[in-house]
Design a binder for this molecule. Structure first.
Ligand code: HAM
Length: 425
């Protein structure tokens, strides 16, 4: 026997039985984004590496430690995208989309980060993101949060997620704060964890994010970021909070929330849950007013978010929410191989006349075997084709999950019966 090739560490297959939930959750989230009038943009998975180093920041984990890079045959160095915002901004600049309008866009797809794999953290994971360009008011920050709120509500996750928010101010405020933080921590750097000590020179504000308890203790008497925020940023943040209050959306201001990517300005937010252990952030985003210009475009404000689909699905499952894992709704059983053409015509008829998924039995076999497969497919009905049915141009309909007598119906009656059952379900 040949050796098996295992799936690459940190990557995974999403099998039937799980993929249905994945699809259902993804489609629900996309439906919400569409309802807000955002348009889809399909972005490539590979980009020139410098898009990410310039866009996300050289000193971020995503760029410094987690990027999948490759050199192609022309010796161009490319990276698998670790996130979607930088690509989306690049695409907006390429088409000069902000000259005539204020595009609001969404994307969905796999992202890649070489992180330490664990539950809820994968090296290939899926995001659904939304990005709005050209809008500077707090109304768009609020709209992005409303969208998340609608998603959790639609999926029944509302009671398990909380919104955390912060404002990290303008670039100038952050520079002033970083200096003050370094000045405070430098003489105490022996007490910092290794990562935080390194960040003291590369990305001091990320130290606020440290999970290390002695670092957190040290931070208790550190300068407060909010003292460095200018009045324009304060007013903006208050504006966002007012919108949320007005809609009755609860949130907690977390002054330690700084986010791991460098492009943020002013509002940042995360939707978190305590049901998934340490990987509890299911969606995150904020404003990034300087990024379009930094990547070679005009000076245009922007804001967005990305939800981690894998984690939303995990939460949906953890909370015991239903997902239809069936392969089909109707299973067509063919008693004799000579009835195959009739069965195919019948299956095709149901596919056009109903919204149901029809799986026709293939490969022959006894009725008992076919029935077992029908059951295993999760179908609600079996439609049986035998000699009598073909002779009379009828079918036998059997409800597989309910106690009812098998019925003999013509095609029209079958369609009516199935459609009625779907409507009343
Ligand atoms: P991010 O916080 O890096 O932000 O990722 C957004 C979400 O993606 C996270 O909250 C998490 O749910 C999910 N995620 C991240 N890494 C992993 C992983 N290794 N495994 C599973 N899920 C993961 C961004 O990516 C920004 N581009 C969001 C944004 C859009 N900001 C403005 N616009």
């Amino acid at each position: 026997m040949s050796e098996k090739t295992p799936v690459v560490r940190g990557l995974r297959d999403i099998y039937p039985g799980e993929s249905e939930r994945f699809d259902m959750v993804e489609q629900s989230m996309i439906e919400i984004i569409r309802k807000y009038g955002y348009q889809e943009i399909r972005l490539p998975m590979l980009e020139a590496i410098d898009l990410f180093s310039r866009g996300l920041g050289e000193a971020t984990d995503a760029v410094e430690k987690e990027m999948y890079t490759l050199e192609d045959r022309d010796h161009d160095v490319l990276a698998l995208r670790p996130e979607g915002t930088a690509s989306c901004v690049r695409a907006v600049i390429d088409r000069n989309m902000t000259r005539e309008g204020k595009p609001r866009l969404w994307y969905a797809g796999p992202m890649f980060r070489y992180e330490r794999p664990q539950k809820g953290r994968y090296r290939q994971f899926y995001q659904i993101g939304a990005e709005a360009f050209g809008l500077e008011g707090p109304d768009v920050d609020a709209e992005l949060i409303f969208m998340g709120h609608d998603m959790w509500k639609m999926l029944g996750l509302e009671s398990a997620v909380e919104l955390e928010m912060n404002t990290i101010g303008s670039g100038d405020s952050r520079r002033a704060y970083s200096e003050a933080l370094v000045k405070y921590l430098n003489p105490r750097k022996k007490e910092l964890d290794v990562d935080s000590e390194r960040r003291l020179t590369t990305n001091p504000m990320r130290i606020l994010d440290s999970k290390n308890s002695s670092t957190q203790k040290l931070l208790e008497s550190a300068p407060d970021l909010h003292d460095f925020i200018d009045s324009a940023s304060r007013t903006h943040f208050e504006g966002v909070c007012e919108y949320l209050d007005r809609e009755g959306i609860n949130f907690r201001v977390n002054p330690r929330l700084v986010r791991g990517l460098d492009y943020y300005t002013d509002t940042v937010f995360e939707w978190v849950t305590d049901k998934l252990g340490s990987q509890g952030t299911i969606c995150a985003g904020g404003r990034y007013d300087g990024l379009v210009e930094r990547l070679g475009g005009p000076s245009v404000p922007a804001a967005g978010f990305a939800a981690g689909l894998d984690r939303v699905v995990l939460l949906h499952e953890t909370l015991g929410m239903n997902a239809d894992e069936s392969a089909a709704d109707v299973y067509v059983i063919v008693m004799e191989s000579r009835h195959e053409a009739y069965a195919r015509r019948l299956a095709q008829f149901m596919r056009t006349e109903t919204s149901l998924r029809i799986r026709q039995h293939l490969g022959g076999g006894k009725v008992g075997v076919q029935m077992r497969q029908a059951d295993r497919s999760g179908a609600r009905w079996a439609v049986i084709v035998g000699d009598d049915e073909v002779a009379e141009n009828r079918v036998a309909l059997k409800w597989l999950r309910e106690e009812t007598e098998q019925e003999s119906l013509d095609f029209e009656q079958l369609a009516t019966c199935l459609n009625r059952a779907v409507e009343s379900h």
